[in-house]
Design a protein around this ligand. Structure first.
Ligand code: 4AD
Ligand code: MG
Length: 460
């Protein structure tokens, strides 16, 4: 195994021969010397390889251009140029894979829109390399946070027969022949002939199954793909995204909010520490000051307000909104941004939303109108976390489901939890890509996941 370029860049000059492998980012020629910058994705910087044209024959050098894969051998020496401390004085060079001139990633800066169309090559750019390293660190931090705090990692199913959010934005999973769908006598689709013998969908959330494990193991979390067939063509919606869903038994909304804040701050701190070079890059080229903003967020407590108070703050500002608010309506991203950017100037946790705009499983407040929901709103993005205390009282839950026209028999196992040793419990879901967007400052969610899926787009 050869050392990664990140490690080579930290080596002191020595007589030892080092081997470096990677892809050529740039090639510069002078009369006697050729410079190759070789990058292997381990860090932003590449290794400057200095090639004496008397040592490596031109028949090899001429075939090496941007994008080619190479193995370079040589000594690490102090660099003559000012851009790096050390460089490699190459003694042997192997061209592994040639890269012809039609390579789409030329030296100039490309737009994210152009790169989205070359999604299979974009990890070779500075921007996407940095985003993917940060995304990977954040995933690691998610696991460390919960593991260090005694949470059990539970893998909830991706194919599900229940609709957690009750929003109907599900992708159906079927093996029925769509050209020749079997029908029952009354003309409906005969799902008994389908693969599972009933209708099935891709999951919109692992929460309901997560609750069954929390009410046995106390604290659990999930971290997996989630699918929503929402017709939302925005910079913060995907049809396939990753969600982290912790669920805590013997826990109310207050505990839920404490966990959410502690969790976000842990993940942000981890990235600032481990990915400082990439974070500086984002601050410089993507969003001015994103590092300072994150530091500020880590250091200050999140603001809290109820939905009712939020409406009181928003209503006098209705003139500036595309969608004016009044009590009972959904808070949209423009309102979320106003609350975080103009009012609180930091993340805000909004609680106690009207029951009619939230899911069936949320605990009803004594007023009979609002539920124990909480959304964490972040400046720039709006909602990044949605959570709640769950309705753990059997009678109240059944009544709420009836009101919403949900059939008890479809949720029989979920209701059983309220029969057998029921307990206050709460949880939340963090949209992983929204968190990556927040940390990196990248404006569009399609640029923080390798292969974005959204309305009318399923490339690669
Ligand atoms: O608010 P949501 O819909 O909550 C739930 O799914 C609950 N079951 C979570 C829980 O309590 N266990 O989604 C949670 C988060 C949102 O705050 C948002 O960050 C993200 O998931 N999210 C999306 N991210 C990208 N694309 C989409 N279409 C998203 N929909 C939700
Ligand atoms: Mg939500």
């Amino acid at each position: 195994m050869q050392p990664r370029i990140k490690a080579i860049l930290q080596m002191e000059p020595s007589e030892e021969t080092v081997k470096a492998e990677g892809w050529v980012r740039t090639k510069r020629d002078s009369k006697n010397v050729c410079f190759l910058e070789v990058n292997d994705g381990s860090c932003l910087k590449g290794l400057q390889c200095v090639i004496d044209k008397g040592v490596i024959p031109s028949c090899v050098l001429d075939r090496i251009g941007t994008g080619a894969s190479v193995l370079a051998e040589g000594k690490i020496v102090p660099s003559q140029g000012g851009n790096q401390k050390t460089e490699m004085a190459v003694t042997a060079l192997t061209l592994i894979g040639e890269c012809p001139a039609d390579y789409p990633l030329q030296k100039k800066r490309h737009t994210v829109e152009f790169l989205r169309e070359k999604a299979y090559l974009r990890p070779r750019t500075n921007l996407f390399g940095a985003v993917m390293r940060v995304r990977s660190s954040m995933a690691y931090a998610v696991h460390s946070f919960f593991q260090e705090n005694g949470f059990v990692y539970v893998n909830t199913p991706l194919i599900s027969a229940s609709d957690c959010e009750g929003a109907g934005a599900q992708f159906q999973v079927t093996t029925l022949d769509l050209e020749n769908v079997p029908k029952t006598e009354d003309g409906k689709v005969d799902y008994s002939k389908d693969f599972f013998g009933k209708m099935a969908n891709l999951t919109v959330s692992g929460q309901l199954e997560g609750e069954t494990y929390a009410t046995a193991m106390k604290n659990i979390y999930t971290f997996g793909p989630t699918f929503r067939a929402e017709n939302s063509n925005t910079a913060r919606h995907l049809a396939e995204f990753w969600m982290i869903e912790p669920e805590m038994a013997f826990c109310t909304l207050e505990g839920d909010m404490e966990w959410a804040e502690k969790f976000l701050k842990y993940v942000f701190s981890y990235v600032l520490e481990k990915n400082s070079e990439d974070m500086e890059f984002f601050s410089k080229f993507v969003l001015d000051g994103v590092v300072d903003t994150l530091r500020h967020v880590i250091e200050s407590p999140f603001a809290h307000m109820t939905y009712t108070d939020a409406i009181k703050v928003l209503e006098p500002e209705n003139d500036r909104f595309e969608f004016p608010v009044k009590w009972g309506v959904e808070i949209q991203s423009e309102h979320e941004r106003f609350l975080t950017e103009e009012v609180a100037k930091r993340p805000v946790i909004v609680t106690d939303y009207p029951k009619d705009i939230k899911a069936f499983y949320m605990k009803m407040n004594d007023d009979g109108e609002t539920v124990r929901a909480m959304d964490v709103l972040a400046p720039r993005l709006g909602e990044i976390i949605g959570g709640s205390e769950r309705e753990y009282r059997y009678d109240v839950l059944i009544k709420r489901m009836e009101e919403l026209g949900l059939k008890a028999e479809d949720y029989w196992w979920y209701l059983d939890l309220r029969k057998y040793g029921t307990v206050p419990h709460a949880g939340f879901g963090l949209g992983f890509e929204r968190a990556v967007q927040y940390v990196t400052g990248v404006a569009n969610i399609r640029d923080v996941i390798p292969y974005p899926r959204y309305v009318k787009s399923c490339e690669y």
